[in-house]
Structure formats: C-alpha cells, structure tokens
Design a protein. Structure first.
Ligand SMILES: [Fe+2]
Length: 332
C-alpha cells in the first residue's frame, strides 16, 4: 500500500461511525433480514448466472444506505451454490470516499464464498469530486480489496471479462464528470473490437455502463431534469448507440435512474437490449418503489432470462409487475 493510499484519521473516524451504526442496527434488530425460503438458485440448464443491481451509494452520513446494501448482500448467504458473478452498475459510494469503499468491501467480503467474480464499475458519484487519476487509483485499490473483485487496469476504468458462456464489457468515464460520463474514442474503438470478436464466437455480451443512452429506459422523464441529455451517458450517447446497434445479442445494463422495476426497465431495440437496474441503497422511484431491487440473470444456450428480485427481502418481484420476468431468445 502506498503512503497516500493509507486511510487517514478522518477516513478512520467516518468508517468507525459507519461500522458502529451498522452494529447498532444489528443489535437492535432493525436491519432488514432477507427470507431464506426462496433463495437464489442457479437454474440447472443455465450456463452462467449472475446478480446485477445499481447504486448502493453507501454514504458516510446517510446510514440507511449501508443498511439496505447489507440486507441486499445477506440474500446471497442462503444460496446453495455460488453465483458466477455479481455486477454493481456504479454509484457504489455516495461521495467516492475511502471510508465508504471500505464499508462496501467489508459487506461484500462477508459473502465472498457465494460470488465467484465481483464486477464493480464507477458511476458519477464515484468520480465526480476529485481528480480523475487519483480517484481511479483509489477505486482500483478498493476493487482489489474485495475478494474475487476484478480490478480495472491503472489509469482507466474499462475492461473485458471473458467467460465460456458470455462476455462482460465494463465501461467507465474517461474523465471526471459530475453527472454524465465521457466515453473516449479509444474506449468506443475497444468496445467495437470486443463486440465484433464476441459475435464471431457467438457469445452474448453484457455491456455495462452507469448511465443509460439518451431517450431510453424512460429518459428524459425518468430523470425529471431539464435538457434531453440529463440522466443519460451524455454527449457520446449517439456514438455509443451506433456501436451497440451494429452487433447482435448485446445487453446494455445500466443504473443511475433509481427507478423501480417497471415498463421502462427493459427495452428491446433488436440487436441490442437495454436493461436499467434499480438501486439497492437509495429509494427507488415509481409505483413499485420497494427498496433493494435488482435482477438475477441467467444465460442459456438459446436465451437469456432476467428475473427481478427484492434482495433485501429474499424474494422475487411478483410476476404482475411489468418486466419482473424477461426472457430473450438469442439470435443464432
Ligand atoms: Fe448516478
């Protein structure tokens, strides 16, 4: 550990408070406890099964966030066998602080025997308050502190994880940004190359970015902001859409909107599909606004299935909720 990567006294003070609050809630029995009656189970014919959710936004002062995230992760404890992967689609820490990442790592490491690969990407909250390289260095250190975490290389957030059944392409901003992301030409070119290669191998690809494309998944209304770009990836949305749309079996997973499972959660654009993941830390918007929502996703030989789950309660979202269950045939 480099000298400037050591937690300072301020970080230690905040972490102590966060940990004390979690312990206090546990002792008082006020932490939500997921039921163990219907645990996450890998479907027997599935080639690959993973959980995906967004925006824990664990915070050094909003302690309900860490309680929700803790409850979410406890759901993995009752699984009879480990998941192939967990994806957290950005905004992992509210303020991008070391104490917040330390708490996230501690919670994740308590269930490390249940997750084979932990895939973590930055959101605008992770990158917005500090210089790009210093924060990327900190984020990389955080991912390395997570058991089974897949750290990005030094200096950039984007990377590929290749599996026998599918490929993950993790994206991330190439500059600091308060709300959107800047996707460089170099990153777009890399994405194009990786998608073309996966297509040759007939593999479905899960491309992950914190912010959705413009005018997808309920935007711009879902963000309730002024301007058509608000809530989206921003200026590179059109270029990114062009890359995604030129390959088949592409699933674009995003977070950022804090939108409960609804009609807008999933959109099928033919070659690529957009799935927006709810938050497991903050409040979800919309008519189905339960806490700690996300999806369990399984890849089969001929299809991908996505089932919405209330991780904090240890149960699946009722099937009458739109997009509680999605099955997409793969284009062979
Ligand atoms: Fe965000």
């Amino acid at each position: 550990m480099k000298k400037n990567d050591k937690p300072n006294h301020v970080s230690r003070f905040y972490f102590h408070n966060m940990n004390a609050e979690l312990t206090k809630r546990m002792a008082a029995g006020s932490l939500p406890t997921p039921s163990t009656d219907d645990p996450i189970v890998r479907p027997p014919e599935a080639l690959f099964t993973f959980a995906a959710f967004g925006d824990p936004q664990v915070s050094n002062y909003m302690f309900a966030r860490e309680a929700c995230f803790y409850a979410t992760c406890r759901d993995f404890k009752s699984m009879p066998e480990p998941l192939d992967a967990l994806i957290i689609a950005g905004d992992i820490a509210e303020n991008g602080m070391r104490c917040e990442y330390r708490m996230v790592a501690q919670i994740l490491n308590e269930v490390s025997d249940k997750i084979r690969h932990v895939v973590l990407m930055p959101g605008n909250h992770d990158i917005r308050l500090r210089g790009f390289l210093a924060q990327q260095f900190k984020f990389r250190g955080f991912v390395k502190s997570v058991t089974n975490g897949v750290p990005p290389e030094r200096g950039k957030y984007w990377f590929a994880c290749d599996f026998d059944a599918c490929r993950f392409l993790v994206m991330g901003s190439d500059t600091a940004s308060f709300e959107g992301a800047h996707i460089s030409h170099r990153q777009l070119k890399w994405l194009e190359t990786e998608l073309a290669d996966a297509e040759k191998q007939n593999k479905p690809v899960f491309v992950m970015n914190h912010q959705p494309l413009k005018k997808t998944n309920g935007l711009p209304g879902a963000w309730q902001g002024v301007g058509s770009w608000r809530g989206s990836v921003g200026n590179q949305s059109k270029a990114l859409r062009g890359v995604l749309s030129s390959h088949k079996n592409v699933f674009f997973l995003t977070g950022h909107l804090h939108q409960g499972v609804c009609q807008a959660s999933f959109e099928d654009y033919g070659s690529y599909k957009c799935l927006n993941l709810p938050t497991v830390g903050a409040n979800n918007h919309g008519s189905y606004n339960e806490l700690s929502q996300g999806y369990v996703i399984s890849v089969f030989r001929d299809r991908v299935e996505m089932r919405a789950r209330l991780f904090g309660k240890g149960e699946y979202v009722p099937e009458e909720i739109p997009n509680a269950f999605i099955s997409v045939p793969l284009d062979k």
